[in-house]
Design a protein around this ligand. Structure first.
Ligand SMILES: NC(=O)c1ccc[n+]([C@@H]2O[C@H](COP(=O)([O-])OP(=O)(O)OC[C@H]3O[C@@H](n4cnc5c(N)ncnc54)[C@H](O)[C@@H]3O)[C@@H](O)[C@H]2O)c1
Length: 282
């Protein structure tokens, strides 16, 4: 991997999935990795394709380009490629795009995720369950497999980071599939790290607690209404549970990803790092 200069990721290429929304975690991760010198491949589904990907919840092509413009302003090489992470062919093509456009693939961040299908357990339909698992867990597996294949072939190591969640460590009502998918990422990273370690490829999860992105804002409104609280009351109660006294910021997650991609994290793999202001203790 790269050296420990002020741009420790110079000469490396990072792919970030689900990064086509302004204010989303993917955008923050892209900005941070670009500031550290990486070439950036930004990807998102780009359009609503079925009931599981409603237009109001996903990033379209125009928004993806707006995110790309912001990252490009930092001066590095940036490209975009639409990719539905549920489709192995598209995910593989995304990995190939990185190599064809930037010359290598060194960092892969599985950020795409859906957390907007929330229902009481007895109302969850098989298609609700499948929709969440398909994106959050199967999509991350496809990304990991496609990235690892390229990284192994390149023979110079690599970094794979999944954006999991506090829901990778604790249970949450009305979020059975979400919680199971994020717990699944813990097992995926632990297993993949064993096989990819000999190739110098690390696999880790970052586990944010609540971050008020587009997805996070939707969840706030949903649960505030469920609990008969105003949004302000709901947020105050949430903040009171967090030892550091505030909800997470996209930059908090991005900083953790940057650390795991840095030379300083060369000996860290199979981990699931909380970024929760102390709310999640294990
Ligand atoms: N916001 C939070 O509080 C929070 C907390 C913990 C973990 N996370 C996780 O962080 C990640 C990013 O979430 P966010 O809060 O920035 O929300 P977001 O909605 O802004 O980002 C999720 C992105 O995934 C994309 N996406 C959805 N389905 C896709 C598909 N099939 N293929 C490709 N892309 C697809 C969406 O278009 C969107 O751009 C998710 O994995 C989420 O589960 C978020």
């Amino acid at each position: 991997m790269a050296d420990t200069s002020s741009r420790p990721l110079a000469g490396l290429t990072a792919v970030i999935t689900g990064a086509g929304r302004r204010g989303g975690l993917g955008e923050a991760i892209a900005l941070r990795l670009a500031a550290d010198g990486a070439n950036i491949v930004l990807s998102d589904i780009g359009r609503a394709v079925d009931a599981a990907t409603p237009g109001r919840m996903i990033g379209d092509q125009q928004e993806l380009q707006a995110v790309a413009d912001g990252v490009r302003a930092l001066g590095g090489a940036v490209s975009t490629q639409p990719c539905d992470v549920r489709d192995w062919v598209q995910v593989n093509a995304l990995a190939e795009h990185a190599v064809a456009t930037h010359g290598s693939l060194d960092i892969w961040v599985n950020n795409a995720g859906i957390g907007y299908i929330m229902k009481p357990l007895l109302e969850v339909e098989p298609h609700d369950w499948a929709a969440v698992i398909d994106v959050n867990l199967t999509g991350a597996f496809y990304g990991l497999k496609a990235a690892a294949a390229v990284m192994v072939k390149q023979g110079r190591g690599g970094r794979i980071v999944n954006i999991a969640s506090q829901a990778a460590k604790s249970g949450f009502a009305q979020a059975q599939a979400y919680t199971a998918s994020k717990h699944g990422l813990v097992g995926l990273a632990r297993s993949a790290a064993i096989e990819l370690g000999p190739h110098g490829i690390t696999v880790n999860n970052v586990c944010p607690n609540h971050v008020t992105t587009g997805l996070g804002a939707w969840q706030n409104e949903y649960f505030a209404a469920q609990q008969g609280k105003t949004l302000a009351q709901y947020m105050d109660a949430m903040t009171a549970r967090i030892p550091l006294g505030r909800t997470g910021l996209p930059a908090d997650t991005a900083n953790a990803v940057a650390f795991l991609c840095s030379p300083q994290a060369a000996y860290i793999t199979a981990e699931s790092m909380n970024v929760s202001g102390g709310e999640e203790p294990h």
